[in-house]
Design a binder for this molecule. Structure first.
Ligand code: OGA
Length: 356
């Protein structure tokens, strides 16, 4: 095992093949027809006038892959370049500096270097910040117990521009998220703005990821296999690549090829429940390599803590009874946040625990 901490070593069946195929990649979708979009309309207007073909393309990608890439998405190149630069600067500092904004069980946002996925440690450093400040979450995990607590961001002194770059980027990404949510919702046969009210309050957050070069890329993963927790994730990845998606057609892990300035979108568990499994949340993971470090920035677009996650009534009938019991989003989120923080001896909370 050499220098590799045993906590990082994946079980044999989850270890990466070092040359996953890139062939037959995820669909690439051009959003150019939405460029008349104005931020003040929350995305609904643009989405409601989106060409039927675009809605159909998104629906098809959600069904076949659960993943797709978008170009001509309207996010300003310089805002993305700016957060990427600041993130590199932040992670480039010594551990002592980064630990000044380290997350703990009370302050759950900020820097962290011992994240776990499915109870195995990831070869990764992260910096999390929430999009809506403060983000409200349940104070207690007990069923029926009310009360909320606040999640507040921790910003480092260095680099001094990190906070502004992050806030500006989050604002841009929120606009894209509304557009994509509208298109996805329309592809389910619902009005584009059907879920918009859910996002007036949000638990959306952004993660800056850094995967340093790893001495044992055949044993460890940057992020172990997992699915998106919320409705949608919008990922900016650099040109190193190494994100892998489990292809639905044959269960093979395939690499998502980096495309300059594109975003990678995946539908998560909430869309799986809202669509009654018409669309599935697909497993993905990040492999690492011994030479190049990698950076990525996922934006997790997520509804407020008080949402009961369940099949919308318009989609429910005797032929389509709900496949999931309603669950409270906030309690789910807080439970999962605690389990990614450290190794536990039990399986993390998953939506299949609510399957009827
Ligand atoms: C994540 C994730 C993918 C990547 O951070 O949850 O899936 O490419 N990241 O970094």
């Amino acid at each position: 095992m050499g220098e590799v901490n045993p906590a990082l070593i994946q079980d044999i069946e989850h270890r990466p093949k070092l040359a996953a195929p890139q062939a037959e990649g995820i669909p690439l979708i051009d959003l150019a027809s939405l460029t008349g979009y104005s931020p003040s309309d929350g995305g609904a207007v643009a989405a409601s006038t989106a060409a039927e073909w675009l809605v159909a393309e998104i629906g098809d990608a959600c069904k076949k892959w659960g993943f797709f890439a978008v170009v001509n998405h309207g996010v300003a190149v310089e805002k993305r370049a700016r957060i990427e630069r600041e993130a590199r600067e932040f992670f480039g500092q010594g551990l002592e500096e980064k630990k000044k904004v380290r997350r703990d069980e009370k302050k759950v946002l900020g820097y962290y270097e011992t994240e776990h996925t499915k109870n195995v440690r990831d070869w990764q450093q992260v910096f999390d910040f929430t999009v809506q400040e403060p983000t409200l979450v349940p104070a207690s995990l007990e069923d029926g117990e009310g009360g909320v607590t606040e999640w507040i961001n921790q910003w480092p002194d260095y680099p001094p521009g990190l906070r502004e770059a992050c806030e500006e980027y989050a604002g841009e990404l929120k606009k894209l998220a509304y557009k994509l949510m509208g298109l996805t919702t329309q592809s389910l046969g619902l009005p584009a703005n059907r879920f918009d009210e859910f996002f007036e309050d949000q638990t959306s957050f952004v993660r800056l990821n850094h995967y340093p070069p790893c001495p044992a890329p055949h044993l460890a993963l940057g992020v172990g296999r997992h699915k998106g927790l919320g409705p949608l994730t919008i990922l900016a990845q650099d040109d190193v690549g190494w994100l892998e998606v489990k292809r639905k057609s044959d269960g093979e892990w395939v690499q998502v090829k980096p495309i300059p300035s594109a975003f990678i979108i995946n539908v998560g568990d909430i869309i799986q429940v809202w669509s009654n499994e018409k669309y599935e949340s697909v497993e993905h993971r990040v492999t690492v390599n011994s030479e190049k470090g990698r950076f990525s920035i996922p934006f997790f677009f997520i509804q407020p803590h008080y949402t009961m996650v369940q099949l919308p009534k318009e989609l429910t009938d005797e032929h389509n009874p709900p496949k999931y019991r309603p669950y409270n989003w906030g309690k789910f989120l807080v439970t999962r946040k605690a389990s990614n923080f450290k190794k536990l001896d039990v399986e993390n909370l998953q939506i299949h625990h609510f399957r009827t």
